[in-house]
Ligand binder design. Sequence first.
Ligand SMILES: Cc1cc2nc3c(=O)[nH]c(=O)nc-3n(C[C@H](O)[C@H](O)[C@H](O)COP(=O)(O)OP(=O)(O)OC[C@H]3O[C@@H](n4cnc5c(N)ncnc54)[C@H](O)[C@@H]3O)c2cc1C
Length: 410
Amino acid sequence: MNFDTTNDQEDFISKVDSVCTSLRSFEEECYIQDKVNEKLVPEFSKIGMLGCPISKEYGGLGYDILTYCKTLERIGEEGNSMRTFFSVHTSIGQMVLQGWADGDQKKRYLPATTSGKSIMAFALTEPEAGSDPSSMNSRYEDIGESYLLTGKKHWIGNGTIANVITTYARDKTTGKISAFIVDMNSSGVTKNEVKNKMGLLTIKNAQINFEGCRIPKQNLLGDVGQGLNIAYSALIDGRLSVAAGCIGVMKDCLNETLQHTKSRRQHGSLLAKKQLIQQHISRIVIGIESSKWLTYRAACARQKLHDYVEQFKLEQVGWQSKLNRNNRAYSNLRNEANKLTAIAKFHATNTAFDCANRSVQVFGSFGYLKTARVAKHFLDSRATMIYEGANEVLELKIASGVLGDSFKAY
Ligand SMILES: Cc1cc2nc3c(=O)[nH]c(=O)nc-3n(C[C@H](O)[C@H](O)[C@H](O)COP(=O)(O)OP(=O)(O)OC[C@H]3O[C@@H](n4cnc5c(N)ncnc54)[C@H](O)[C@@H]3O)c2cc1C
């Protein structure tokens, strides 16, 4: 398996590096002030990062999934907060459209998102339906020329700034769950920011309410009844992006920890000379290396799935309804990508939180300040073990992946 990048891919990752470096102090300021980093969209748009893995046909850069992951790894060094913006806008936003939308929907929505004029979000979770989206209460009704949507979505990342979202609801009569593209300026849509978050302070989450919101028929995403299939496939990309970002978090923890321990003296020598401090450092290095290979491998599995689906779309009329478990090649590739991204996300988030915790410990009192980068990583990494599939549920998913569906324990 080859994880190398070409010169062109390296050049793009360097551009991402430059933007990250230029935004560092502003991101830190915004974090302390608990406000959205308003420079993020304009600055990253200049280099095309808002459409990194999206097809050139729709204004994206058309990079492969591994390259996209490496850009998220770099962005992750600035914190999970900044990286989460991209996970939401691109991984569980644009990539859902790229994968499932028809030609007309892609033309109508994707170009504005790749240029940064329109921001995306993914609204699946509800107050009473978190780990189990199949129990969702949001309802829709087919009223002829449109659908009427009513319900509440909870904790939606980018929810305060998004222009367009995908959301999921149950048919009032048949109970089938379908996916929809919703313009956030539609009548009947309101939003309230989720306040008092522990971390992830430069990205805002919102509760989104739909009160008899009319959705044009042409905004049904995929086929009727395909909602959960679409949502779960989005989460493959979401998990991969979280894993990639966590590698960056651990790299920054390592960097901060090396600088601190090579300058701070206690008991007559540098902290870096103490054996117990070296144990913390080696655990961080192990976290980075192990997470890297799991994530890169998962990215390759996701790429194989992507390539298969794109070819399938070219060859098959009515491809949406044909992409299901009965198609053995698709099913195998999707199961593999599902398993490997779950493993990568589980491992990278647990190790990122552990590494951030170790870094705070090594910094001592200096790490217990909100202004310390390691403190920010500690607070932000905690969320990664909960969102995009809580880690307990991922463990069950990994187990049933090898035991078989009849052993599914969630
Ligand atoms: C910062 C943040 C950002 C988010 N962004 C988004 C977003 O953009 N879009 C969106 O749709 N949602 C978003 N979410 C919601 C997120 O996906 C849910 O929080 C997550 O799915 C868990 O659901 P829950 O919080 O309702 O917890 P619950 O489902 O109530 O789970 C609580 C605990 O029980 C465990 N658990 C649940 N079921 C089982 C089981 N069968 N066996 C063992 N343990 C179990 C879970 O692992 C967890 O530890 C976000 C959440 C956070 C915190």
